[in-house]
Design a protein around this ligand. Structure first.
Ligand code: F0G
Length: 400
């Protein structure tokens, strides 16, 4: 019912081949379904709970998945922030409400299920944190050993804690994420571990369900979907999924795909702004949003197509803009997200202030990870609690 296809030269591969890049041209692969042969209806989907697995006919997993009940995340109306920006139809899809606190769980339920389906006995990834936390949990659920490579000193505490507690072999390398990904790719090819970064075409299949759920929750196709961009897998995955819905005849238009990067790590934004065919890697990416501290996004080729083909755009936000929006989401809307996640909404604020957003647009910002992922950044921004003696008088003077 599906096969692997090179995104560049269209070479095809059997679905059970353990392969991440095209043998002919070295570009990434994607999963292509025989959509004409798929028997599914919107009504049938609507009868199922909102979840990654509502959409199982266009996912590659056969049989019972390795699941921790991922997906079905809330879509919040950002009433106050929307009002401030003059955007009455501004929404946030809170992917931090997944089992391990990020959207990666959508990818890992599919990716680890495929590892099992393909007979793989160990899994690995490089990560800025969330991928490793998620893979560690799903590998634990599947009883498969797991290795994760992290850029030393640049991963938020909550994410390292998760990877360690779920029992992964956690290795910190003296280098950045881009180097960690090269290394783990080599390790997987030479030693037969299953690579579950976003170069893995099956993992991204799970992530495309963010777009499906947003449409089902809104009851319509949003005009724009906004995502923080790191390795550019997620924006590519959501776009791919929406193209499939269109081909199935379930939707008749696509949202403008909009990617937001941190100012210190913005190769995709530069490629869009300068109309480049290929991106120029950023050798020393830096941002407080460590999740998206990535200079050479491997999925850039697909992301550029997603943005251009839908009339979308890309924009960069400074660390200050990211942190301000993290606070605004927390204090005005009650939504706790990590810095990278606030980037999507900060990007909309910036684009709106520049007059680049139509006021009538229905906009879904994907907020990708939970506030608790990165407590250190919170502590650096907020006044610490005041410590007092345990009596009412002290309490009243502290509150004055
Ligand atoms: N937001 C968060 C919270 C992330 O953790 C990531 C990526 C992104 C956005 C960007 O998604 O890479 O698909 O463009 N985190 C990866 C990781 C790289 O290792 O956890 P992308």
């Amino acid at each position: 019912m599906y096969r692997l296809v090179c995104v560049h030269c269209a070479a095809t591969y059997a679905p059970d081949q353990i392969i991440y890049t095209c043998k002919h041209c070295g570009h990434l692969l994607t999963v292509e379904y025989d959509l004409d042969g798929i028997d599914v209806s919107r009504d049938e989907w609507d009868r199922r709970p909102l979840s990654v697995w509502r959409y199982r006919e266009i996912l590659p997993v056969q049989g019972e998945p390795v699941s921790l009940q991922e997906g079905g995340t809330p879509l919040y109306h950002l009433e106050k922030i929307g009002k401030e920006l003059g955007l009455p139809e501004l929404y946030a899809k809170h992917e931090g409400m997944n089992p391990t606190g990020s959207f990666k769980d959508r990818g890992m339920t599919v990716g680890v299920s495929m590892a099992r389906q393909l007979g793989m006995t160990s899994v690995a990834c490089a990560s800025t944190g969330n991928t490793s936390a998620s893979l560690a949990a799903y590998a634990a659920k599947a009883s498969i050993p797991c290795v994760v490579l992290l850029p030393a000193g640049k991963v938020a505490l909550g994410k390292v804690a998760q990877a360690l507690m779920h029992g992964a072999r956690v290795i910190s390398i003296r280098g950045n994420f881009d180097r960690a990904l090269e290394m783990v790719h080599e390790l997987c090819i030479s030693h037969g571990l299953y690579l579950l970064n976003s170069v893995n075409p099956y993992r991204l299949e799970g992530q495309k369900t963010i777009g499906f759920e947003a449409i089902d929750q809104l009851g319509d196709v949003p005009d724009r979907i906004v995502l923080p961009v790191g390795n550019a897998g997620n924006i590519s995955a959501v776009y791919k999924g929406l193209r499939e819905l269109e081909a199935l005849g379930f939707i008749d238009r696509l949202p403008m795909m909009t990617g937001i990067q941190a100012a210190g790590s913005q190769p995709v934004v530069k490629a869009i702004e300068q109309n480049l065919d290929e991106l120029v890697p950023e050798p020393a990416p830096e941002t407080v949003a460590t999740a998206i501290r990535i200079g050479a996004p491997v999925n850039a080729e697909k992301a550029l197509v997603a943005i251009r083909a839908t009339g979308g755009t890309a924009a960069a936000v400074t660390d200050d803009e990211i942190l301000r929006m993290q606070q605004d989401l927390a204090r005005m809307e009650g939504i706790g997200v990590e810095p990278a996640s606030a980037a999507s909404v900060a990007g909309i604020r910036k684009l709106a202030e520049q007059g680049l957003i139509d006021k009538d647009e229905r906009i879904v910002c994907v907020v990708t990870g939970h506030l608790l992922k990165d407590p250190e950044t919170v502590v650096q921004q907020c006044e610490p609690p005041i410590e007092i003696d345990a009596d009412l008088h002290s309490l009243l003077s502290a509150l004055r």
